[in-house]
Every structure is written in structure tokens, then in C-alpha cells.
Design a protein around this ligand. Structure first.
Ligand code: HEM
Length: 286
């Protein structure tokens, strides 16, 4: 962020450039007005006296911010695909790939928690769990992993619930891509094109055949580049899930999760799901 230079002062040599930043602002600084850093850095309300809880809370908040940016990029990409603007979609997906790398790097501070360290504040979390993250759920919905039951925890939070409900009934990023494949001449059946988009996307042989054709053709083709950007996204989401799984296994073994699930066993099942399944299965046929 740049600041306006001072006007030349009477006392200074006329040629002396002003090197120091501006210190005088009538109200709050323009930085604060833009970044809201004062709000952001006073949202860390830890629930225990354990000094290790702060990094757990902040890492979770940092990840929520990355989820928010990534949702924004994927919504931009979905909208661009809908308008047949593949370069804009690929640019947004590529930004999201760098952001996913930064998101995944934020596991570092929590990746090696021991059960004793985690136990020092775990009980203070009560029934709180990342499972209740509305922004993570929007991210999954955009990938095509829809589920109406995932709205239930958010009944008491009207804004999050409304956003999730809208996302549930909108075509996912992947739905938009599959429709694009059809517009570009690939044979996608009506049952896939007009599917109930509030349900999760299931593997389709026709979509797999379309990707097989794309990957067998010119690799500089727009669709091939879109396919690779989506594959990068899928791989990094899978990495996030696996890093989460390993961090959880280290911190709490096979104990039940604070959110009430079987913990690691439940997360293992979730991490096994393939994002954009046909982009992976098509590779066996190229
Ligand atoms: C070492 C620290 C962590 C442990 C031990 C842990 C543990 C768990 C467990 C056991 C679950 C399953 C649901 C439940 O019963 O609670 C879960 C789900 C989840 N956690 Fe964590 N978690 C950790 C850190 C984080 C962080 C930093 C985030 C960032 C937001 C996060 C986000 C999530 C999400 C989004 C789910 C739902 C996954 C899904 O629906 O497939 N977790 N976590």
C-alpha cells in the first residue's frame, strides 16, 4: 500500500526527497480502514489457559480465511465456465492452486501435536469441530460434493444457512465444466446435464469418455488446460484432507471426535473420496 508523499516543508532543502512515511491521519489509518486489522487481531478468544491453544485457534481462523478466498476463486471460475470464458476460469483456478498450497502449508504448526499437548485444551473446545465449518462445506459443494444434511448444523445461523442453501441448489463448478464439455461437442447424456444439482455428483461413464477424448487430443487445447487445472485442485484438496487426517491421528489416535464422529476412522472414509472422479479414471484409458 502506498502513502502520499509529504508536501515539501519550509525547513528542508528543496531537493531533499521525503523518505519517511506519513504519520498524521485525521481518523483511523487508511490501512486499518481497508484491512480491518484491529477487528481481525482481536478475534482470538481462547477458551483455556493453555499457551498452546492460541496457535490452534489462529490456524483454524487462517484456514477459514483461505477457504473464503478459494470459494471466491471457484465461484469466479464456475461463472466464467458458464459464459464459455475458459481463460478466465483457468486463471482463477491457477490462483486457487497457489492458495491451496498456502492453505496446506498452514498445517505446519499443528502437524506434530502430541496427545498430551492437544489434551491441554481439547476439553475446552466442547462439541466444537471443524465439521461445523460452513465455508468448508461451501468449498465441498463447489466441488460437487453436495449433501442437504450438511445444512442441518447451521439452522441457528441464518446467514451461513442461506449461503449454503443457495450453494446447494446451484450447479457446482464441476457441473458447469461437464455442461461445457457437452457444449464443446462431447456426448453427455441429458440425465447428467439435467441432474438434480443438489445431489452429489456420481461417476459418469460419459464424462469419463469425454475427458479421455480431451486427454487423447491436443494438450494445448483449452479443455485440456482446464482439465489439468482442475486436477491440480483435486490433488491439493486430497492433500489437505490427508494432512488433516495425519495431524488428527497424531493428536488423538482413535478417540471419538469433538464433533461426535468416530474421529480418524470417519476422516479416513472422507479422505478416500476422489475429487472430480472422472478426471482420475479417464487416465486409465488414454
Ligand atoms: C490437530 C488438530 C485437529 C484435530 C485433532 C481435528 C480433528 C477432527 C475430527 C476428529 C474431525 C471429524 C469430525 C468430529 O467428530 O469432530 C474433524 C473434522 C473436520 N475438521 Fe478437524 N481437526 C483438527 C484441526 C482442524 C483445523 C485446523 C481445521 C481448519 C478449519 C479443521 C477442519 C475440519 C473440517 C472442515 C472437518 C470436516 C471434514 C469433513 O466434513 O470431511 N480441523 N477434525
Amino acid at each position: 500500500m502506498s502513502h502520499k508523499a509529504h508536501p515539501p516543508s519550509e525547513a528542508a532543502e528543496p531537493e531533499t526527497p521525503h523518505l519517511d512515511p506519513n504519520l498524521d491521519f485525521a481518523g483511523t489509518t487508511p490501512y486499518e480502514d481497508y484491512v480491518k486489522a484491529d477487528v481481525l487481531t482481536h478475534l482470538q478468544h481462547t477458551l483455556s489457559d493453555d499457551p498452546g491453544e492460541m496457535v490452534f485457534l489462529v490456524t483454524t481462523q487462517v484456514m477459514e480465511l483461505w477457504f473464503t478466498v478459494i470459494v471466491h476463486e471457484w465461484e469466479t471460475a464456475a461463472d466464467a465456465v458458464r459464459r464459455d470464458d475458459v481463460p478466465t476460469a483457468v486463471a482463477a483456478l491457477k490462483r486457487s492452486v497457489r492458495e491451496l498450497e498456502a492453505l496446506n502449508a498452514s498445517w505446519k504448526p499443528l502437524g506434530q501435536l502430541t496427545p498430551a499437548q492437544f489434551n491441554s485444551y481439547r476439553s475446552a473446545l466442547g462439541e466444537g469441530s471443524g465439521f461445523q465449518s460452513a465455508m468448508y462445506r461451501r468449498l465441498e459443494f463447489l466441488l460437487g460434493e453436495k449433501s442437504a444434511s450438511m445444512l442441518v448444523p447451521h439452522r441457528g445461523a441464518p446467514r451461513a444457512h442461506a449461503e449454503l442453501e443457495k450453494a446447494l441448489h446451484e450447479p457446482s463448478l464441476y457441473d458447469e465444466v461437464v455442461r461445457l464439455l457437452a457444449r464443446r461437442g462431447h456426448a453427455i447424456p441429458e440425465s447428467v446435464l439435467n441432474r438434480d444439482v443438489s445431489q452429489r455428483h456420481d461417476h459418469s461413464d460419459a464424462v469419463e469418455a469425454a475427458w479421455t477424448a480431451v486427454y487423447s487430443g491436443d494438450q494445448d487445447d483449452e479443455l485440456a488446460r482446464l482439465g489439468e487445472a482442475l486436477t491440480d485442485v483435486a490433488e491439493l484438496v486430497w492433500r489437505w484432507r490427508n494432512d488433516h487426517l495425519v495431524a488428527t491421528r497424531r493428536a488423538m489416535g482413535a478417540k471419538t471426535g469433538t464433533g461426535g464422529s468416530a474421529g480418524v476412522a470417519w476422516l479416513e472414509k472422507r479422505a478416500r473420496k476422489n475429487v472430480f472422479p472422472e478426471l482420475w479414471t479417464a487416465r486409465s484409458h488414454v
